[in-house]
Design a binder for this molecule. Structure first.
Ligand SMILES: Nc1ncnc2c1ncn2[C@@H]1O[C@H](COP(=O)(O)OP(=O)(O)OP(=O)(O)O)[C@@H](O)[C@H]1O
Length: 295
């Protein structure tokens, strides 16, 4: 099966500073992928390289088996909704749909029209006068009506209130269920990702810290709580992701494929948010190389 996105040693430098480095990922098709990480971690940089808007400084990236800026056929397969849900303030909703139809060979006019109707948007309304939530929905409609094989969304819900966020994510998930395309979505709102994503990428300090199917990541990460212990004394197959200690107690998040038998530990499962926070807690330089959990 063709990978949706495959990167090998991918890096991007702005001046002397790496925005993304040593990124190696293989994302299989058919997933809704959540990309999460703190401000400046390199999410937009990675997504723009996938969309063909930025050239790598090092390494390589293929998207749906092709070069990201590889010509009209490649661009037709990938929808990209940029960070600030870009629409043209002076153009009406209907103008946007006409523009989309003119620019995209696979344009699904019925999908676009029906979605605008369902959203209750007036086709004559200028985009500049829409609310943030409505603008985001218009941008999503343009991305969906292109009928891409992969839709990339860079923090699409960042400026939306919780209700608008939920409506946006619901609309996206309904479209995924109906048209079966892959999605890569960056967001700071882990709760949104928890509801929608089945594949996760955590980026911190310009590096991919972990990537893989959510179910598998949650099955292989555990929180150990017990009497204070030096993490160096854990079994070799338990990779420490984060650690906290008081005088008497240790709380350590580990990744391991093996069961944990040590009776001294209380072992608990992590939520997606716990997992993301564990990878954000510890400085990347002190962690082992990026871990990848594959199908
Ligand atoms: N055009 C640019 N010129 C110089 N540096 C840049 C440029 N774009 C991004 N950077 C830097 O690259 C790093 C990664 O930025 P990027 O926008 O990819 O992060 P991000 O994870 O998307 O952040 P956010 O969550 O805030 O959107 C940051 O340090 C940023 O300042």
């Amino acid at each position: 099966m063709t990978a949706v996105m495959q990167a090998r040693g991918l890096g991007k430098k702005y001046g002397k500073r790496w925005a993304l480095r040593d990124c190696t990922i293989d994302i299989p098709s058919g997933h809704v992928v959540g990309m999460v990480g703190p401000n400046g971690a390199g999410k937009t940089t990675l997504l723009k390289m996938a969309g063909g808007q930025l050239a790598p400084t090092s390494g390589s990236i293929t998207v749906l088996g092709g070069h990201p800026a590889g010509g009209p056929a490649q661009l037709a397969k990938v929808g990209f909704v940029a960070q600030d849900t870009p629409v043209y303030a002076g153009l009406s909703v209907a103008d946007h749909l006409r523009l989309g139809a003119g620019l995209n060979p696979g344009w699904d006019a019925a999908l676009a029209r029906e979605r605008i109707e369902e959203l209750g948007l007036d086709p004559a309304h200028r985009a500049g006068k829409l609310s943030g939530g409505q603008r985001a929905q218009l941008a999503l409609t343009l991305g969906l009506a292109k009928r891409p094989e992969l839709l990339i969304l860079d923090e699409p819900v960042a400026s939306l209130d919780p209700l608008a966020r939920r409506e946006f994510m619901q609309g996206l998930m309904e479209a995924v269920a109906e048209h079966e395309f892959s999605v890569v979505l960056s967001s700071h709102v882990v709760a949104d990702l928890e509801r929608t994503c089945d594949y996760l990428i955590v980026l911190v300090d310009s590096r991919v810290q972990v990537s893989g199917e959510v179910d598998k990541l949650l099955a292989t990460h555990h929180r150990l709580t017990g009497p204070r212990r030096d993490p160096d004394r854990l079994p070799g197959d338990q990779h420490v992701v984060s650690e906290r200690h008081t005088d008497r107690q240790s709380t350590i998040v580990v990744r391991t494929d093996s069961p944990i038998h040590d009776p001294a530990w209380t072992v608990s499962r992590l939520s997606m948010e716990d997992l993301v926070l564990a990878y954000m807690e510890k400085p990347a330089a002190t962690r082992p190389a990026a871990l990848e959990v594959q199908r």
